[in-house]
Design a protein around this ligand. Structure first.
Ligand code: PHE
Length: 358
């Protein structure tokens, strides 16, 4: 066999072995090493190339072209193997990063307790507000909302509290730095929604208005500076105090269950006459007296009363014709009583161990 033929035989064997080595590389690092071994300066291919010098010019051209073609095929194989390995790497990274959201949803609300992944849920106060809305909608009330930044007119004046009226000090007001001094407030109660309702639609009106309210208050176990109220307003002909008492009693039974009752104690609010403080049987001790109710057997929920004639006049309704009642109570307070919570601040601490219980 001529030296030229011997080189071609060796070339073919070297190419088969080299192709196998490149294809067997299992990682990009393997491939880099294999490429060095089959195409580098100490590779069989390089040794074959060195043997070309012993051939005559014509044979060197012919065999040299074969060696170059083999080198190009091996380089192409190395490049395609790199593409394969990179694609496989991307696929396995994607697989590792995948979030299976369906599984968390299947685990249910108590999963977090068992250390399993969990889905989110509504905050206890939101759950309570939704339930209150359901109860009042079931009694034929609509649901209304009003802005949290209110003008002095809606928060105080239209509610029968002219400027400098001493009753304004019942609420520790946060004023906004907008317009005239003390002309815009963060609403101190949801009662301004009463005014907006009466201004925007003619009676008869049966509506509740839940929402956030603000007071300049240092938070403690029973008070928050930002909390929630639910306002109720009824305006119709021939409405009496018994309608107010009956509505509150039906609501109390629906929210707390039978055995919890309501009572109204004489009180004062500028926008209702007569006015009452609204209490419910302490649901913790069923009225026999305990720590939650300070041994009273009753828990104070909020205020209520018959809409004052001056309020009707402020919104242009004839106080000789229209009658109505209003009430307002704390939603956070209701949630607290029902779950037996000792410190209302737990509702805003955002401690997941607390929030996950509801
Ligand atoms: N707005 C009163 C408060 O926040 C509660 C109330 C509402 C009283 C409606 C009477 C009628 O203290």
């Amino acid at each position: 066999m001529s030296e030229a033929d011997a080189i071609l035989v060796d070339l073919q064997a070297a190419e088969v072995a080299a192709t196998g080595a490149l294809g067997a590389a299992a990682s990009l690092e393997d491939l880099r090493v294999a490429q060095g071994e089959v195409l580098g300066r100490r590779s069989p291919l390089a040794r074959i190339n060195a043997r070309l010098g012993a051939l005559d010019a014509e044979q060197r051209r012919r065999v040299g072209a074969e060696v170059n073609a083999a080198r190009q095929r091996l380089e192409a194989r190395a490049a395609s193997r790199r593409d394969e390995l990179e694609a496989a790497g991307r696929a396995s990274r994607l697989e590792a990063d995948r979030l299976d959201l369906t599984e968390a949803a299947l685990l249910g609300p108590r999963a977090w307790v068992a250390g399993l992944p969990d889905r989110g849920r509504l905050h206890l106060v939101t759950q309570t507000r939704d339930e209150l809305e359901d109860i009042f909608v079931g009694m034929g009330f609509g649901v209304a909302e009003g802005p949290e930044a209110e003008t002095d007119w809606y928060n105080f004046e239209a509610l029968n509290m002219p400027p400098a009226h001493p009753a304004r000090s019942m609420w520790d007001t946060l004023y906004l730095d907008l317009g005239e001094p003390e002309s815009v407030v963060l609403r101190t109660h949801t009662s301004p929604v009463q005014i907006r309702l009466m201004e925007s639609q003619p009676p008869p009106l049966y509506a509740v208005a839940p929402g956030r309210v603000y007071r300049k208050e240092t938070p403690d176990a029973r008070h928050l500076a930002v909390f929630h109220q639910l306002e109720g307003l009824v305006v119709d002909e021939g409405i009496g105090f018994a309608d107010l008492a009956g509505t509150i009693e039906v609501f109390t039974g629906a929210f707390f269950g039978q055995g919890v009752h309501s009572r109204l104690r004489p009180s004062y609010f500028p926008f209702t006459e007569p006015s009452a403080e609204l209490d419910v049987t302490c649901p913790v001790c069923a009225g026999s007296g305990c720590r939650t109710c300070s041994q009273a057997g009753w828990i104070e929920l909020g205020g209520a009363g018959m809409v004052d004639p001056n309020v009707f006049s402020a919104v242009g309704l004839d106080p000789e014709r229209w009658t109505g009642f209003a009430f307002g109570f704390g939603i956070d307070r209701l949630a607290m009583i029902r779950v037996g919570l000792g410190d209302v601040r737990a509702l805003t601490d955002n401690d997941l161990r607390f929030l996950h219980q509801f």
